[in-house]
Write a protein that binds this ligand. Sequence first.
Ligand SMILES: C[S@@+](CC[C@H](N)C(=O)[O-])C[C@H]1O[C@@H](n2cnc3c(N)ncnc32)[C@H](O)[C@@H]1O
Length: 204
Amino acid sequence: MRPRTLALGAAGAVAGVAAWWRRNPSACPYSQRFWVEAPHPFITRARLREALEPRPGERMLEVGPGTGYYTLDVAEWIAPEGRLEIFDLQQEMLDHTLRRARERGIANVEASQGDARDLPYPDASFDAAYLVTVLGEIPDQDAALRELRRVLEPDGRLVVGELLGDPHYVVFGRLRERAAAAGLRFDRRVGGPLGYFARFAAAG
Ligand SMILES: C[S@@+](CC[C@H](N)C(=O)[O-])C[C@H]1O[C@@H](n2cnc3c(N)ncnc32)[C@H](O)[C@@H]1O
């Protein structure tokens, strides 16, 4: 087979797999965690901090921490009184993140396992919540956004991070529409189309 034909075939296969993933949202399995352990260009921890503006003493929720790329830093930003609740579909991800937190001497992280479409927290439990490269993996994004809105304080804030190239990338414009329908008002955006953090305020 000629190299050009081979290259076109490979590109077509990659595009096909990406399209299938987009139509069939599912969680990145723990066995493929090397994807979430790699550096996160454009959606750096410093940019998350700029968008989230975490303050010591806050009650914070992270949905889909994976292996804790952001968790440890956020826990330290809100310490010593602040509490960070991590919530993930996969217990292995939670165990991995808790292990890393222990190794770093961090004691203000708690974990719960479940599906973001049905959060196990009372209304108005958190000052802020964030999720990074997670929303597109959830089969019903609208339900997850409604749940996030519900568990936020009336003046709470939500930050959603997305990275272009992720097969489950959520385009900013679509996110903004979905968030508005869930009662979340767009506040600000850090980063550009290659990778962004969008911040929303729980509207009234
Ligand atoms: C691509 S990883 C991102 C991990 C981390 N936020 C990061 O950026 O490194 C997505 C994470 O979201 C979790 N997840 C996917 N769908 C979920 C759902 N419906 N409810 C809760 N967690 C979910 C996965 O288990 C995984 O840990």
